[in-house]
Ligand binder design. Structure first.
Ligand code: PMV
Length: 330
C-alpha cells in the first residue's frame, strides 16, 4: 500500500459522515481516440502517456451508493455480485479508499448500458459513476480535477469519464499522481457520430490491466509507443480545433492499430480481435474506398467503434445493420 499513501493524503481529509441517505450519479462511457496503453505506476494507475477520448452521450453507468452493513454488497444490472468475483473485489478495493473504518460496508447498485468487461468502456463509466456517487453521498463537492483523480484510482480510463465531450487525460509527472487528471476540451462537434459494432459481448479473457502491463514489459514494439501516442495526440487536438474529420478518423484508426500491434508482439501475445473484427475492418476500408469517410477504433476487446459524420449515417447503417449510433454532442 505504500505507493497509495500520497494519493490517500488528500482523500484522508474528506468528510466520512454521509450528507444524505444515498448518493447517486451517472457517468458516460468514453472511447479513446488516442489510447492509454501502459502504466508508469501500477498502484495509482498513472499512465506512460497522455490520452484523449470522446464520451458516449447517454451510454454509461448509473450508480446508487449507500452506507450498508458490515461488508460491501454490490449489485450489477439488478443482480447480486458474489463478493469473491473480480468485479466486486475491484469495487471493494476502490471503496477502501474512502471507507471510514474497517467493518463498514457499502451497498452499491450499478447499472451499465453497455456489456461489462467486453472492451466497451464499462469500467471507465463504472468507476467514474462510483466516484461521483460517493461525492454526492458525502457532500464533498470535489472539483472535476479531484473527481478525475479519484476515478483514476479505480480504473485509468475512468479519469476521462467525469466530464463529457472531448476529454484529455494529462499523464503528469508527479509520483503521487496529483497532476495526472483529465479535462474536457472546449470544442464541440455536433455532427460527429460513433457507431458501436458489437462482435462479442463476452468478458475478455485478458484484462486491459494485464495486457498493458505484459505489453510494456515484454513487447519489442512498446518502446515506439510513447512517441506515437504523443504525435497522435497533437494531430487529434489539431483535427478537433479545425473540425478536420479526415485527420481525426485517420489518426484515431492508426493509433488503435498501433496499440494492438504492440500487444501482438508481447510475450505471450495478446490478440483481442476475432475473425469478425477483421471482416468489419475490411468493410470500413471498402466503404472508404467508395468515398464514405468512415474510420474505426478498437479498445481492449473484439468490438469496433466507427467514427463518421451525421450526413453519412444512412450509408453506415445500411452497410452495418447492427450498428448502435451515438451522437456525443447532441
Ligand atoms: O482503464 P482501463 O484499465 O480499463 O484501460 C483502458 C485501456 C483502453 O481502453 C484499451 C484504452 C483507453 O484509453 O481507454
Amino acid at each position: 500500500m505504500s505507493t497509495d499513501e500520497p494519493a490517500a493524503a488528500w482523500l484522508a481529509g474528506l468528510a466520512r459522515e454521509a450528507a444524505r441517505p444515498a448518493g447517486q450519479a451517472f457517468a458516460a462511457a468514453n472511447i479513446a481516440l488516442c489510447k492509454y496503453w501502459g502504466k508508469r505506476d501500477e498502484a495509482l494507475n498513472l499512465p506512460v502517456t497522455s490520452s484523449l477520448s470522446v464520451s458516449l452521450g447517454e451510454l454509461g453507468t448509473r450508480t446508487v451508493v449507500t452506507v450498508g452493513e458490515h461488508a460491501d454488497a454490490i449489485r450489477l444490472n439488478g443482480e447480486d455480485v458474489p463478493p469473491e468475483a473480480g468485479f466486486a473485489r475491484r469495487a471493494s478495493r476502490f471503496l477502501d479508499l474512502v471507507r471510514p473504518a474497517a467493518g463498514i460496508g457499502y451497498r452499491v447498485d450499478t447499472r451499465n448500458a453497455l456489456p461489462t468487461g467486453a472492451g466497451l468502456a464499462s469500467s471507465a463509466s463504472g468507476f467514474a459513476a462510483l466516484a461521483l456517487a460517493l461525492d454526492h453521498l458525502y457532500g464533498w463537492e470535489l472539483d472535476a480535477r479531484r473527481l478525475s483523480i479519484l476515478a483514476r484510482l479505480g480504473s485509468g480510463s475512468a479519469s476521462r469519464s467525469i466530464e463529457a465531450g472531448f476529454v484529455e487525460w494529462h499523464a503528469g509527472t508527479r509520483p503521487d499522481g496529483l497532476d495526472s487528471f483529465a479535462e474536457a476540451l472546449p470544442e464541440q462537434w455536433p455532427e460527429l457520430r460513433i457507431g458501436l459494432l458489437t462482435v462479442s459481448a463476452q468478458q475478455k479473457a485478458v484484462s486491459s490491466r494485464e495486457a498493458m502491463q505484459r505489453t510494456r514489459l515484454t513487447s519489442a514494439l512498446y518502446p515506439a509507443w510513447p512517441a506515437k501516442a504523443q504525435a497522435d495526440l497533437e494531430l487529434l487536438r489539431r483535427a478537433i480545433r479545425a473540425r478536420d474529420f479526415e485527420l481525426l478518423g485517420r489518426t484515431a484508426e492508426s493509433n488503435a492499430l498501433a496499440m494492438h500491434a504492440t500487444s501482438l508482439a508481447a510475450q505471450p501475445p495478446v490478440l483481442y480481435w476475432l475473425p469478425q473484427t477483421i471482416v468489419h475492418m475490411h468493410d470500413v476500408w471498402g466503404l472508404r474506398e467508395q468515398g464514405t469517410p468512415v474510420h474505426f477504433t478498437i479498445d481492449a476487446g473484439a468490438n469496433l467503434k466507427l467514427l463518421f459524420l451525421a450526413r453519412d449515417a444512412g450509408v453506415v447503417a445500411a452497410r452495418f445493420p447492427g450498428v448502435r449510433v451515438v451522437a456525443p454532442f447532441a
